[in-house]
Write a protein that binds this ligand. Structure first.
Ligand code: NI
Length: 171
């Protein structure tokens, strides 16, 4: 398993729209394994392929306390969202050390393919719902900070650019 490099906001590659996976084959399984490895290493509760510069509709999520319940979503699609909304404090591996409140539908129903290419559908609320919506946004080229005010977004952009400069300077 390889550790993949997570793109950092405002990297323009985070704005690319992912394409559907045509067939869940060995190549896709390898991507999923590498993505899961990268998510656990961070550690994070979710990772979209877009964040590791792979522009195919693949997500890995694990919201379990012991990080031992991997969920894989290939070609995920929202089939229903609740009219009720809820605000959660979100974070993102592509926006290190920044957390902010985003309001989203409370409950969602998502259909996808699993790691074996089998169709499944789940209804999610709470953290899983937030996670699914956040990660599916990534596949559409949207980072959660896009929900914040322009002022906040500019501030985050500057902070991230400074951080990248510092990281490069350390090498
Ligand atoms: Ni994210």
């Amino acid at each position: 398993m390889a550790l993949l490099t997570v793109l950092c906001y405002p990297d323009p590659r985070l704005y690319k729209v992912a394409k559907p996976v045509a067939v869940v084959d060995a190549r896709i399984k390898k991507i999923v394994a590498d993505m899961a490895h990268t998510m656990y290493d961070a550690p994070g509760v979710g990772l979209a392929a877009t964040q590791v510069d792979i522009h195919e509709r693949i997500l890995v999520i694990d919201i379990s306390e012991n990080q031992d319940e991997l969920m894989v979503f290939i070609n995920p699609e929202l089939v229903w969202v609740s009219p009720e909304k809820k605000a959660w404090r979100e974070g993102c591996l592509s926006v290190p050390d920044h957390y902010d409140e985003v309001e989203r539908p409370d409950t969602v129903r998502v259909k996808a393919l699993d790691i074996n290419g089998e169709k499944f559908e789940i209804e999610a609320d709470g953290l899983l719902s937030v996670c699914l919506q956040h990660e599916m946004d990534h596949l559409q080229g949207k980072v959660f900070v896009e929900y914040l005010s322009l002022l906040k977004r500019n501030r985050i952009s500057l902070k991230m650019k400074k951080r990248i400069k510092e990281l490069v300077g350390q090498r």
